[in-house]
Design a protein around this ligand. Structure first.
Ligand code: NCD
Length: 327
């Protein structure tokens, strides 16, 4: 058999020796500093290519399944855009109620089905550990797009890429990152705290008592020797903060709706509060926001949350190219 790369009818041969070829992306724990810098280097190149040519054929002929058991706007559409900008195509399954899932099909069987038709599967699921279960069942790469309150590794990668691109730093060493809001149920901050702890940063966690950063995540951060501290009020740490990472209180994950009512609106970022912050710092948010950042702040140059979404496109292009052996 001729190799696919020599066959004119199969122009999409891949490099099976590429380090990420065929790998799942389930957790930020899979990344170390050299890996991260590699992802960001590829993402930076993707940014340049999109700015120069818009769309190109790196993944021509490849198909992605976007399997979403939970709502999504940014993650699903940015993976779709990433695949299409690389010349590939997408099977979107975001209304699982119209798929065989509603007939009682297991996640493992759904994934085994989709991998017959596609080259890579992006999965969002309400249960922690679902992405790992899917990866066990599948031969093709699974990319975790959020598993319950567990992890959201591609978001943390794009968040860290945003910090690098925005602050223009060689590294983020020496910087203070303050995470604000729902640190208990917010999976993006679980992944970001783990990823940021690979650098010599200081982490502040500001939340209501009932929404504290989980012990398990703090233990992992501690084991890396990174300084971390918890606060109930933002005022104490805002002046020293280089990156303020705001999160939504995750209403859908509360067992008791009265608890949600007690803490919703606990913190609101607005131009007045931000007078106490540095001039050179950024405010990030994975979005959607539901009141925790006032739209009055949107025109401030420190408001990085809309730019953050765009960085997500480049990081997801990089990850798709990597697992499909094209980077
Ligand atoms: C986040 C998520 O789904 O965890 N959204 C996203 O992916 N950008 C954050 C959230 O829902 O609050």
């Amino acid at each position: 058999m001729p190799s696919t790369s020599n066959n004119p009818h199969l122009p999409f041969g891949e490099n099976k020796n590429a380090p990420w070829y065929g790998k799942d992306i389930l957790s930020v724990k899979q990344f170390d500093r050299p890996n991260l810098e590699y992802v960001f280097g590829v993402a930076h190149e993707m940014r340049g290519m999109v700015e120069r040519v818009g769309t190109f054929d790196l993944l021509k002929g490849k198909i992605l399944a976007n399997l979403f058991y939970e709502p999504s706007t940014r993650t699903s559409s940015s993976f779709t855009a990433a695949m299409e900008r690389l010349g590939g195509s997408v099977i979107p399954i975001n209304e699982v109620k119209y798929s065989s899932v509603s007939k009682g099909e297991s996640l493992a069987d759904t994934v085994r089905t989709l991998e017959c038709y596609t080259d890579v599967i992006v999965l969002r699921h309400p249960e922690t550990g679902a992405a790992a279960i899917a990866a066990k069942a599948a031969r093709k790469p699974i990319i975790n797009a959020g598993d319950g309150v567990g992890e959201h590794p591609t978001q943390a990668l794009l968040d860290t890429f945003t910090i690098f691109e925005e602050l223009g730093l060689e590294t983020i060493d020496g910087k203070t990152i303050t995470m604000l809001g729902d640190l208990k149920y917010g999976r993006t901050v679980h992944s970001l705290a783990r990823l940021a702890s690979m650098y010599n940063v200081k982490l502040n966690y500001v939340s209501p008592e009932i929404l504290r950063m989980p012990e398990a995540v703090m233990e992992e951060v501690k084991a890396k020797g990174v300084a971390q501290a918890e606060y109930r009020s933002l005022e104490q740490v805002l002046p020293e903060t280089d990156v303020l990472y705001v999160t939504r209180v995750q209403k859908e994950r509360f067992e008791n709706p009265e608890d949600y009512d007690k803490v919703k609106g606990a913190y609101v970022i607005d131009p007045e509060i931000m007078k106490a912050a540095k001039k050179e710092m950024i405010v990030m948010h994975p979005l959607p926001r539901v009141g925790e950042i006032s739209p009055d702040f949107d025109d401030d140059p420190r408001a990085a949350y809309f730019r953050q979404m765009e960085y997500g496109l480049y990081v997801r292009m990089a990850l798709l190219a990597m697992v499909l052996g094209k980077a």
